[in-house]
Write a protein that binds this ligand. Structure first.
Ligand code: C5P
Length: 238
């Protein structure tokens, strides 16, 4: 049985690998994330393929530019029919407002469901050391909360954040505000380049609505078994 809380990151760069993985995981996974690596190489072909397979799609292109450019870019992406799109919250309040408006207008003009729009707070690969190198005069976790509140004020549907910050975000933004957490590592799997991590159960307990999981599934010796184990851990939690 599938679980829409699980989003599998398709961090591969050919249609062939996509078809192989999606075919292998079958009905167990109904929500996929398409990021830069895949979209830059396969483009809308991959979105069309996933839609034909009746999969939900999180198109994770993390837009970050001036408000007009982001708005125009998102209006174009809206036509593809993804379930969820995103921008960087650090692009600012006006940029996020322009993003919300553009997606809403385009979806209503095309009479299609409006994709959810979420904001990346601070990348989950960023640790305290890397953060201090950026020169901001604020704690990393404080900044995540601040950006979440700013995103909510701008009309965004939710945020991408680390599972370690999810509980605090839910506290200040409420339980309707979508929290998507990458940086998920089932115990015993490699950390790779992630820093602020949690197990699937830990992230859900902290209030995450969706778990984005890539390498622990895609690089597993048996991806199908990896999904099965993760789904069991999620289900056991209720
Ligand atoms: O392989 P792994 O499980 O680390 O994959 C995590 C996915 O989530 C990657 O596709 C990465 O781009 C994405 N992501 C992230 N941190 C964010 C936003 C997205 O790791 N803040």
């Amino acid at each position: 049985m599938s679980d829409r809380r699980l989003i599998v990151a398709l961090d591969v760069h050919s249609m062939e690998s996509v078809q192989q993985l999606v075919g292998q995981l079958g009905d167990r996974v109904n929500y996929y994330k398409v990021g830069m690596e895949l979209f830059y190489s396969a483009g809308s072909q991959v979105i069309n393929y996933l839609r034909q397979q009746n999969k939900d799609i999180f198109l994770d292109l993390k837009l970050h530019d001036i408000p007009n450019t982001v708005g125009q870019g998102l209006a174009t992406l809206t036509q593809l029919g993804a379930t969820m799109l995103n921008v960087h919250a650090s692009g600012g309040f006006s940029m996020m407002q322009a993003a919300v408006k553009a997606v809403k207008n385009k979806a209503s003009a095309l009479q299609m469901p409006r994709p959810k729009l979420i904001a990346v707070t601070v990348l989950t690969s960023m640790d305290e050391n890397e953060w201090s190198g950026l020169g901001y005069n604020v704690d990393l976790s404080q900044q995540v909360i601040h950006l979440s509140q700013l995103a909510q004020k701008a009309g965004m549907d939710g945020v991408v954040a680390s599972p370690q910050e999810a509980a605090q975000i839910q506290k200040v933004c409420g339980s309707e505000f979508i929290i998507v957490t990458p940086g998920i590592r089932p115990s015993g799997t490699a950390i790779d380049d992630q820093s602020r991590i949690a197990t699937p159960a830990g992230a859900l307990k902290n209030g995450a609505h969706h778990l984005v999981i890539g390498r622990p599934i895609t690089a597993a010796a048996n991806p199908k078994q990896a999904v099965k184990d993760i789904l069991r851990e999620m289900r056991d939690l209720g």
